[in-house]
Design a protein around this ligand. Structure first.
Ligand code: BES
Ligand code: MN
Ligand code: ZN
Length: 505
């Protein structure tokens, strides 16, 4: 995994050195440590603020260089806006992300954050959320930038990571709260690494090997090879893989952390198409490089499972990912082929580019047969149509269970990995009926994300289930305070929150 910066927590009453960051609330309200610093610098902070008309508005900033006699090099006054107590957990995470952005753009090796506010000392969870935001923002994918990786590029890529000390009223409490968030940030970094990795380096077999290495965190890992998948009769998944010289793998990750190891698990399932050319129904060249990210659903599952295991979540959770490459090789499946899924249902493959649903069909069936989960959530970069419907702001949420859908939506709001529920129903379902088989793998010209979800639903029994279409949110994603890059790691924080709020014993 890409390295993340070190963050330590220390008491508030230590005199800072180097670069210090001070949070300022509206109307230039300084915290106690900020006032002390200003006094030590003979009023220079307030003077600089006034000259630059800085008032403490959210995300505004003034940089003050300290006099040569001081142990300090500089002070960054950062606007916090409204009183500290009003911030949501995500507000703090975003603020931490924005701070890390400032630290990185100045190429600082060290920085000290004074985590108190005019309205009082900050609560431990708020400070820990800020630190989480810092870790998320510090992620960079620079392993192939050989020069930048060592020395740091002009654009901020690579180079040494800063080490951060956060001064807070209750450093022990924050350290404790931060442990779990660090596990989550690592999970996000793992997911981003996998999504950013080009497909020549990450075929199904290499991907499976990387997953096996995560056993260190306490996960039990099984890799199913082609012989095993054949024996399970996963004809839909294998049909997708057969056009590639690189064979399919399915990885099963188990974390049995609940008091009762036999309690029904929750199950997370991910589409892991390491590259999607479209197969014989080939995609146009423009933008095809983005299809290295067509395994983002699986990456979120892997990152989530790592996070749950390394924070020792009291839950039984199973992660299942289907790793295949969709290529137009000489053995590739053709439009019109009919494949037999593990469920026994037959599928007429009218478009080989609608491959994700074929992979998931067998995984959903397998998950229910083997694990009898109390609920399952699948994630997939499934349709371009979800971006037509929702843009890049929300992932599509499809579910057969209102309670689960509500919990997911709430977890999305809390983590800024937002979901929007989409409709399902028999009128959509009948669009995938086929004359030649039990169903076909594409619907009509409209509602493409919905007919894709209806297809998946045919492989889900009564298990409470949700499908997240993350084609618009997991890759080529919008930049934010907590993400600089192309891969977002969408789903890791969302599902960690879902588990923490509703499924831990
Ligand atoms: N992986 C794509 C969906 C996708 C498109 C993800 C753009 C991310 C960005 C998926 O396998 C696909 O090709 N879907 C087709 C379905 C169609 C053939 C019914 C699509 O969306 O065009
Ligand atoms: Mn496709
Ligand atoms: Zn695809």
């Amino acid at each position: 995994m890409t390295d993340l910066p070190e963050i330590r927590f220390a008491p508030l009453d230590v005199a800072p050195k180097g670069t210090a960051i001070v949070l300022v609330e509206n109307e230039l309200a300084l915290s106690a440590t900020g006032r002390a610093l200003d006094k030590e610098l003979k009023g220079q902070l307030m003077k600089a603020a006034k000259i630059s008309r800085f008032t403490g508005a959210r995300k505004s900033l003034v940089e003050v260089i300290a006099p040569s006699a001081s142990d300090l090099e500089r002070v960054l006054l950062v606007g916090r806006g409204e009183p500290a107590a009003t911030g949501s957990s995500q507000d703090w995470t975003d603020l931490g992300g924005a701070l890390m952005g400032q630290i990185l753009s100045r190429k600082l090796n060290e920085a000290v954050l004074l985590a108190d506010a005019a309205s009082g000392a900050l609560d431990a969870p708020d400070v820990a959320d800020m630190a989480l935001g810092m870790l998320l923002r510090a992620y960079r994918f620079s392993k192939y930038r050989t020069k930048a990786a060592k020395e740091g590029g002009e654009d901020g890529a690579g180079g040494p990571l800063p080490s951060i000390v956060i001064h807070t009223r209750a450093p022990d409490a924050v350290t404790e709260q931060f442990r779990r968030r660090r596990a989550i940030a690592e999970g996000v970094a793992i997911a981003r690494d996998l999504v950013n990795e080009p497909a020549n380096e990450l075929g199904p077999v290499e991907y499976a090997t990387r997953i096996e290495r995560l056993a260190d965190s306490g996960l039990e890992i099984e890799i199913l090879d082609e012989t095993a998948l054949d024996a399970l009769k996963m004809g839909a998944l294998l049909g997708v893989a057969q056009g590639s010289a690189r064979p399919a793998r399915v990885a099963v990750m188990q974390w049995l952390g609940a008091e009762n190891r036999r309690a029904k698990p929750v199950c997370f399932i991910g589409k892991g198409v390491v590259f999607d050319t479209g197969g014989i129904s080939m995609k146009p060249a423009k933008g095809m490089e983005d299809m290295k990210g067509d395994m983002a659903g699986s990456a979120a599952v892997v990152g989530l499972m790592h996070a749950l295991a390394s924070r020792k979540a009291p839950v039984n959770a199973i992660g299942i990912v289907g790793l295949v490459e969709n290529m137009p090789g000489s053995r590739a499946q053709r439009p019109g082929d009919i494949v037999r899924s593990m469920s026994g249902q037959t599928i007429e493959v009218l478009n080989t580019d609608a491959e994700g649903r074929l992979v998931l069909a067998d995984l959903l069936w397998y998950a229910q047969e083997r694990f009898k989960p109390k609920m399952m959530v699948n994630l997939a970069t499934l349709t371009g149509a979800i971006m037509v419907a929702l843009g890049k702001e929300h992932a599509g949420l499809f579910s057969n269970n209102d309670r689960l859908a509500g919990w997911l939506r709430d977890a999305g709001e809390a983590t800024a990995e937002k979901l929007w529920r989409m409709p399902m129903g028999p009128e959509y379902d009948k669009q995938i009926d086929s004359k030649n088989a039990d169903m076909k793998n594409i619907g009509g010209p409209y509602g493409g994300s919905i007919t894709a979800a209806q297809f998946l639903a045919r492989f889900v029994g009564d298990t409470p289930w949700a499908h997240l279409d993350i084609a618009g949110t997991a890759m080529a994603s919008n930049r934010s305070d907590t993400n600089e890059g192309w891969a977002s790691g969408f789903g890791v924080r969302l599902l960690d929150r879902l588990v923490a709020d509703h499924y831990e014993s």
